[in-house]
Design a protein around this ligand. Structure first.
Ligand code: BGC
Length: 469
């Protein structure tokens, strides 16, 4: 194909522009003192009920049914056909696990309430399960630990799934009813509330990538609809909880996973894919949080949820890393072979990969905090952690990410809390038990928890670092 001189200049211009937009600035770590940090008032750990109690304790959830299904699109629903079982048996061990949180020196704990335990069948509420969460919150408070509750962390009852879950706008009222019920039950003990954990990844995994229930592959229509309905649900829940007794003093927010994508080289394909992915994963939600408007660049999808920009008392920021895209598209075209080499997550020279498909990248964490801070709301880092089965990258990760957060805070970002993901190894969704995020290692045969040596530096940091008032 012959391109005119001006077309070439234009393409170079676009490529340079894209590279500038997506490239993360790198720091010279040899000149940085990672111990000179300030931390937010609340420092703790995060987890979700299903990941720590498993299908055995949550048999009426969509995930229990999904696990039972075994395969989807010819693939195991869970890596290696594993099952979550009782996971860490957190449902029974919560009292001793709260002691683990305390021993770390933490003063905050983010956990989710499992809707399928509270309302296993439509309209049938289980008072014993509600009391369980009241006890759990009491246990935390008694030990000087502030609870933060997530109302939807990827799972919900199977009856809700069977109705189409968030695919249908009319189903939102079921979720609002459940949230109101939990709020009424816990508002005297809990002030920090996350409505929905990561609508973006929920939609991506369930409707585009087929890795989470309902296991749809590249269903863009439903993906858009579900994302929209989840954001509408967030707004409805926010307004409902604010109207209830205790609502005015509660702090309520949405949790967004900020996931930047970057090109590995000047290959325009990597740049375009990186930019498009960043747009889908971040820009859409960030724009929504700022304006209440969804898909502003796509006329037939554009939608506005009136007043949505005022429905967050804080922004929950989940951050792990940024994805570096490396493409061998020319080789694939040449060989007409498209496999994991066509596009593969990688990292830059000098970076260290984690056990997931992303590197340790504290600079991107700093940039994410700065970007979210522009929304002008307090920020809680609701998840941040590293999958590291050898426990040889955890200290590096913890020290540098805490430093990155501190740097953003010293420059004025209003970070109110930090929650490490996760207290202990647990069920990592479609990855099963292969990924080890825990500060505590769990022996799943004996349920023994052992503090990982690499986690000591988190303990040290929270016990010795300066805190903002
Ligand atoms: C999710 C967690 C998950 C973690 C690590 C987050 O996106 O909220 O449930 O375990 O990532 O992959």
């Amino acid at each position: 194909m012959k391109l005119s001189f001006f077309t070439r200049i234009f393409l170079i211009y676009v490529a340079v522009g894209m590279q500038i937009i997506t490239a993360t600035v790198r720091w010279n770590w040899s000149t940085i003192n990672v111990n000179d940090i300030v931390l937010p008032k609340l420092c703790g750990v995060a987890m979700s009920e299903y990941q720590n109690s498993g299908a055995t304790h949550c048999p009426d959830s969509n995930w229990a049914v999904w696990e039972k299904k075994g395969t989807n699109n010819g693939h195991c629903t869970i890596h290696g056909d594993q099952k979550s079982g009782i996971a860490c048996d957190f449902w029974n061990n919560y009292k001793s696990d709260v002691q683990l949180v305390k021993e770390l020196g933490c003063n905050a704990f983010r956990l989710s309430v499992e809707w399928s335990k509270i309302e296993p069948r439509e309209g049938e509420f289980n008072q014993a399960a509600i009391d369980h969460y009241r006890d759990l919150c009491d246990e935390l408070i008694k030990n000087g630990i502030t609870p933060m509750i997530t109302l939807h962390h990827f799972t919900h009852p199977q009856w809700f799934e069977a109705k189409g879950a968030f695919e249908k706008e009319k189903n939102i009222s079921y979720f609002v009813r459940f949230c109101a019920r939990m709020f009424e039950a816990l508002q005297d003990k809990v002030q920090l509330w996350c409505t929905i954990n990561e609508p973006g990844p929920y939609v991506f995994q369930g409707y585009l990538h087929a890795a989470f229930p309902p296991g749809k592959l590249l269903n863009f229509n439903l993906a858009v609809q579900v994302l929209k309905n989840m954001l509408i649900a967030h707004v409805h829940v926010y307004k409902k909880l604010k109207s209830l007794p205790g609502g005015q003093k509660a702090q309520i927010g949405l949790v967004h996973q900020y996931l930047p994508f970057e090109a590995h080289s000047w290959n325009p394909i990597e740049m375009v894919v990186g930019r498009v992915m960043s747009y889908i994963f971040n820009d859409v939600i960030m724009h929504f949080l700022k304006t209440g408007e969804l898909f502003p660049l796509t006329p037939y999808l554009r939608a506005t949820i009136p007043g949505a920009q005022d429905c967050n008392d804080f922004i929950g920021l989940n951050f792990y890393s940024r994805v570096v895209f490396e493409s061998n598209i020319l080789g694939s075209l040449w060989n007409m072979k498209f496999d994991e080499e066509t596009f593969k997550p990688s990292c830059f020279q000098g970076e260290v990969m984690t056990d997931m498909q992303y590197p340790v990248c504290p600079e991107a964490f700093y940039e994410a905090i700065k970007a979210v801070a522009k929304l002008g709301k307090p920020i809680y880092i609701t998840e941040n952690g590293v999958p590291d089965s050898n426990d040889d990258r955890r200290p590096l990760f913890i020290k540098r990410y805490l430093y990155a957060m501190s740097r953003a805070m010293k420059e004025g970002c209003d970070v109110r809390g930090y929650f490490y993901w996760s207290l202990m190894d647990n069920f990592e969704w479609d990855e099963g038990y292969t990924k080890k995020f825990g500060l505590y290692e769990v022996d799943f045969a004996t349920q023994k928890r052992i503090l990982r040596p690499g986690a000591e530096c988190y303990k040290r940091a929270i016990c010795t670092s300066a805190r903002v008032a």
